[in-house]
Ligand binder design. Sequence first.
Ligand code: MG
Length: 418
Amino acid sequence: MKENIVLLYVEDESEIRTNTVRLLEHLCDELIVASDGKEGLSLYKKHKPHIVISDIEMPIMNGVDMCRAIKKIDSNQHIIFTTAHSDSIYFMAAIEMQIDSYILKPIEYNLLENKINSIKNQIIIKNRLKEQKIICNEVTRFQNNILFVLDDNSKIIFANEKFLEFFSIDNIKSFNDKYKDIGNHFIKNSGCFYPKKDKYWLDDLNQTKDEKRRVVSLKDKDNNLKVFVITFNEISETNHSVFILTEITNLNREKNSLKENVYIDALTKVPNRLYIDKHFTTEIAKKDRENTALSLIILDIDNFKNFNDTYGHLVGDEILVGLSEYIVNNKRKIDIFGRWGGEEFMMLLPNTALEGAKVVAEKFRKLIEEYIFYNGLKLTCSFGISEFKEYDSKESFIQRADDALYMSKRNGKNRVES
Ligand SMILES: [Mg+2]
């Protein structure tokens, strides 16, 4: 942005005018000259000059009246008075109008030049700031992210349109008045940052070294929970920090559902082999640590192939779903149950020795035998049990239960063996 400085000079005495114009011509890009206040005001309206330099004593309209009219149009207008009078009445008028300078005649050209240059610098700085503000607003307006700047009192001093939209407010003052600190808006949500009770949120967030954990939840104007990655940076040479919130609500939802799905059997919706397998490791470690017992039941639907062959696979699937649901509804809370594969299921019984596991298995054997499944069908299951021994590995633990299940099948099915 190149400033084209326009100057208006108003002076009724032609000799002074001619001499001063010679200087002023070098100090601006465009010089407009008038010989009385009325002409000066009319040229002012036409050219909107950056600086007005005016005599006071003039015919038709004097300089004070002209400048009063000009200040009514633009209260920030830069004005310099040049006058032969050091009368206090003019000083008073100049102060009241908040003019930039008051120079006595005969004009000291050095002084006038300095004054003009100083005003020119002010104009340039002001325009630069204005330009910066426009650029800043434009850049942040096109941001899809929420952006805001906090001062060292945690007050918001700048926010982009997305921010105002999210909280449904017109300006940042309304936010600061109504909502106070943005840290109050973080919602407790799984996997999201939430400040500790006795800590200021920004200090706490600053100490969260793992940037992946810098995720926050906020409720939007319609009370919908949204998840964002929060990044921030101190703005150098200020006490301000800029914050950017990038929304990952959908990504987060997908991630959570993927995490769940990977452990769920697609057909029966009970935990799958991967889930149980993971729990073998943790339960064995827990058993060792707490010196308690751990048992395992493997159960398998008797003659399941016949169901499939007679009624079709869809009925077979219904039976698997129905049995899973029935067992889940009747099992103890601490027991870990899931589908191991095909028509085979597993139950891991923490804090339970072999005798206890037998009781549980027998309970289920009876319940299943009596229960009427899909379309009036009845079925039975065979059970194999093992208790984890000191010398056991996960594999040998499972193998013994599997061997027992085999025994149970061989000994006539619908039985519990250990
Ligand atoms: Mg005069």
